[in-house]
Design a protein around this ligand. Structure first.
Ligand code: ADP
Ligand code: MG
Length: 608
């Protein structure tokens, strides 16, 4: 319904202001739990429409704000001058700018050209009036009988592009409340025109104060009374997402820990997912009463993409937040929620593969980090949720699927790491492995190869990079053959080694190449790909032990061998081969200009 338009849809101002009022009521309620002098009776939100004066007032009897808070909470953006150039903007751009500050209090300015906030903080004698027309603001003292806040909107005049008059119609406002704020747990009341019938059955118009919202939180409703749209809207409104969620879980657990949960997996990764302002955790309620936001003790960090609400039947409300953290009830909730998420993901993996792949594109890296973190402490929980692209079809495969598909003689899980699928497919080492019909996992996430150092093996099969030196694939005869060739080329290999002695730890013949004359492999734990990643993370000391492998079946090898046997200098060629190998491994040349000159020389020789 509102996908793609959430930030530019002026309708949402009401939802934002009501949600602030509801927050303020929550805060007063929480304060009353620890401070006996504070009451929180009869909490409510009141909407008043004055059509003649073009004013809507949203009032609450929540926590209120003192002068400083009015200044700090509402003043900042108005002061920042961000709106100074608003005259030059059309309405849509203006709405976009408001959107940039997050849909919050400032959405009021999408429909109002003057906003007043009258507020009296709980416990305080004074009240203040904050006034702003977006060009700045002022605060002065005022009277208010009760604690709480009025947000007074002076609705804009209709323009050619946009009609604002509708916001002065009680029917329209009522619909907005129903659509956007129905699950708010406090009554939202307003005067509504209805018909009353007298004894004679004659109708007459009367104005009556009515509670508009049903107040029953969505998650507390019966599943069969909730439409797909209700579920989606709840998610999109709570998390300001443009897109419908990929997956929803609404369930109830009864027993030792009884609770209801409404959890969602987003269909796209939030833009700030990897930044510190991404909000993790779930909303925690106890019997419909708000306890805390962002309760990240309810769900493991590797499932931090999960959003939603948990409503527990057992949590005692009288506990402070610190104690809450220790609470064994919280631990039990955490365990149960984690388990539920895991089984849901497993089910998706098995029964809704396409959805699972979408999920994995967005959050797979998170699961991998979860596996890697803490020395692999959680690898058993997560390992079967992982997937990797593979040479079989470029599609994702799980490790279980890979192992089931292994060739009869295959003892290890083969992988190749690189920046992207394209880059990996260009690797000279790949050709022969594919020809021999081995499936290769393509590791394109930086964490992938590091992961093998904590996973070690799967189902007893070790992980093996096909870019490492000790790829033990040859038959006895092949090995003997290679040894013989190496012996015959001893002189040449020695000479090349001498030229490259500062650059590679070894130069040797190998059977793994087909089309290409050379490749680079590494002989120790640290692979060439890991070296690249660590260097990007500024760990300059991380250097993989590189070996230059030469293809003895390549014509160039024979030619070079002959050249060396005639006692001619091969040092230029050795360097050129090494440079080629560097390039194919995606590494930088030590001296690209020198390389270019040498290639030009060779071209000249060939052309002349
Ligand atoms: P957010 O609600 O995400 O914090 P808003 O822009 O909606 O951001 O509101 C800014 C702040 O103004 C709130 O955090 C709150 O401190 C204060 N505020 C807004 N409306 C009210 C209200 N009705 N009662 C008390 N405080 C309010
Ligand atoms: Mg808000």
């Amino acid at each position: 319904m509102m996908a793609n338009s959430i930030y530019t849809n002026t309708d949402i101002f009401l939802r934002e202001l009501i949600s602030n009022a509801s927050d303020a009521l929550d805060k007063r309620h929480i304060l009353s739990l620890t401070d006996t002098s504070v009451s929180a009776d009869d909490p409510r939100i009141h909407i008043d429409i004055n059509k003649k004066e073009r004013i809507i007032t949203i009032s609450d009897n929540g926590i209120g704000m003192d002068e400083q808070e009015l200044e700090d909470n509402l003043g900042t953006i108005a002061r920042s001058g961000s709106f100074e150039f608003k005259e030059q903007l059309d309405e849509k751009q203006e709405a976009d700018i408001i959107g940039q500050f997050g849909v919050g209090f400032y959405s009021a300015f999408m429909v109002a050209d003057l906003v007043e906030v009258r507020s009296r903080k709980v416990g305080s004698e004074d009240a203040h009036l904050w006034t702003s027309d977006m060009d700045g603001y002022e605060i002065r003292k005022q009277k208010r009988d009760e604690y709480g806040t009025d947000v007074i909107l002076h609705i804009r005049k209709n323009s050619k592009e946009k009609k604002y008059d509708k916001y002065l119609e009680s029917n329209e406002i009522r619909n907005l409340i129903k659509t956007y704020s129905d699950y708010i747990r406090y009554p939202i009341e307003m005067m509504v025109e209805t018909y009353e019938y007298d004894d004679e059955g004659k109708s007459k118009k009367v104005n009556k104060l009515q509670t508009i919202n049903s107040m029953q939180p969505l998650w507390k409703k019966n599943k069969k009374d909730i439409s797909e749209e209700d579920y989606d809207n709840f998610y999109m409104q709570e998390y300001y997402d443009y897109a419908k969620p990929l997956k929803r879980l609404h369930y109830k657990v009864e027993g030792n820990t009884s609770y209801t949960a409404l959890l969602y997996i987003p269909s796209q990764r939030p833009f700030n997912y990897y930044s510190s302002d991404y909000k993790t955790g779930l909303k925690l309620y106890s019997r419909g009463v708000f306890i805390k936001d962002e309760a990240d003790e309810l769900v493991s960090d590797y499932f931090r993409f999960i959003r939603g609400v948990v409503d527990s039947d057992d949590l005692s409300l009288n506990i402070s937040r610190e104690i809450l953290q220790q609470d064994y009830q919280m631990k039990a909730l955490h365990k149960s929620i984690d388990k539920k998420i895991k089984t849901t993901l497993e089910k998706m993996r098995d029964d809704q593969r396409e959805d699972y792949e979408k999920f994995f594109d967005n959050f797979g890296a998170q699961l991998k980090y979860g596996c890697y973190d803490n020395f692999g402490m959680n690898k058993d929980v997560l390992i079967d949720l992982l997937m990797f692209r593979s040479s079989r079809s470029d599609k994702y495969v799980t490790l279980k699927e890979y192992v089931e598909n292994m060739k009869e003689d295959q003892k290890e899980i083969y992988y190749a790491s690189g920046e992207s699928l394209e880059k990996i497919k260009q690797l000279p080492q790949l050709e022969k492995m594919l020809e021999k019909d081995y499936e290769i996992l393509y590791f394109t996430d930086p964490v992938d190869e590091f992961l093998t150092s904590v996973i070690r093996d799967y189902d007893g099969k070790a992980f093996k990079s096909i870019l490492k030196g000790d790829l033990d694939l040859d038959s006895q005869e092949e090995k003997q053959e290679l040894e013989k060739k190496s012996e015959e080329a001893k002189d040449l290999l020695e000479k090349i080694k001498e030229v490259l002695k500062d650059k590679v730890s070894d130069v040797r013949l190998s059977t793994r190449l087909k089309t290409y004359p050379v490749c680079l492999v590494s002989d120790d734990e640290l692979s060439i790909e890991m070296e690249k990643i660590l260097k990007q993370m500024d760990q300059q000391g991380a250097i993989a032990q590189k070996v230059l492998e030469i293809n003895p079946d390549h014509e160039l090898f024979a030619a070079l061998k002959k050249h060396a046997e005639n006692n001619e200098d091969i040092s230029e060629y050795a360097t050129l081969l090494y440079d080629q190998a560097l390039l194919m491994a995606g590494l930088e040349l030590d001296d690209p200009s020198a390389y270019a000159l040498k290639v030009s020389d060779l071209m000249l020789k060939a052309l002349n």
